[in-house]
Design a protein around this ligand. Structure first.
Ligand SMILES: [Zn+2]
Length: 231
């Protein structure tokens, strides 16, 4: 009993941690790439920092907007499912009771016990029982658009602030090298953390994030360099 309780909390934490790490990763990769790209185009120090700051704000806002829209539509779907379920419970309670008992039989209960459990749960909270056991909607997984939008904007902004702070304290001629090295270190750390939290191989998780981050920064720096040479 104690073990399963802890496992459920662990699973909740994993989901939240993974979303936070992915958000921060996005922030680091996109802002570090932007900074190295603009710096590679021989822009002035102030322009590099302003573009980094603009990237942080634009990225955080677009993450929030995207998350809000996607979680809101998920919430709309959940509400529509609940409304339909409520109607079915009003129009055809016998069938709904059978359906609920059927779910418990499939989970391994005897017909008698499943029917009794379905009867008692229906008497206690029919919609709640169907929402949880038929639709898979639980309190924990209920869509919260504003919370999701705020947390993804925040994690992106925290990630983006890391290379920006490094650029701020770096002498102009070392912005590219210091932002690149420090951002790869931040990515490796977060990649390892996410892998550890998810119970998967730390080395593989670290390498995967770091290699993609390095590729993104190299590609942007190359574009910046070519663009700087042309203009
Ligand atoms: Zn139902």
């Amino acid at each position: 009993m104690a073990g399963s309780h802890q496992e459920r909390h662990f699973a909740e934490r994993i989901g939240w941690l993974r979303a936070a790490v992915l958000g921060a990763n996005d922030g680091i990769v996109s802002t570090a790439s932007l900074l190295t790209g603009v710096a590679a185009a021989n822009a002035a120090r102030s322009d590099i920092l302003i573009s980094g700051l603009a990237g942080l704000v634009a990225g955080a806002m677009s993450m929030a907007a995207g998350e809000y829209v996607s979680v809101s539509s998920q919430s709309d779907t959940e509400q529509a499912d609940l409304a339909r379920e409520k109607k079915e419970l009003e129009t055809d309670p016998e069938f709904e009771l059978e359906e609920l008992a059927g779910i418990y039989i499939e989970r391994g209960l005897t017909v008698e016990l499943a029917t009794e459990v379905a009867k008692q749960l229906t008497a206690h909270d029919a919609l709640g029982a169907h929402a949880r056991d038929e639709l898979g909607l639980t309190e924990i997984h209920t869509a919260r658009p504003v919370q999701a939008a705020l947390s993804s904007a925040l994690t992106f902004a925290v990630g983006a602030a890391l290379p920006l702070v490094v650029a701020w304290f770096s002498p102009e001629k070392s912005i590219i090298s210091l932002v690149t090295v420090s951002s790869l270190a931040f990515l490796a750390l977060l990649g390892g953390l996410a892998a550890k939290a998810g119970g998967s191989g730390i080395l593989r998780g670290t390498l995967r994030v770091t290699i993609w981050g390095a590729l993104a920064m190299a590609a942007t720096a190359l574009v910046g360099y070519l663009f700087g040479a042309v203009v």
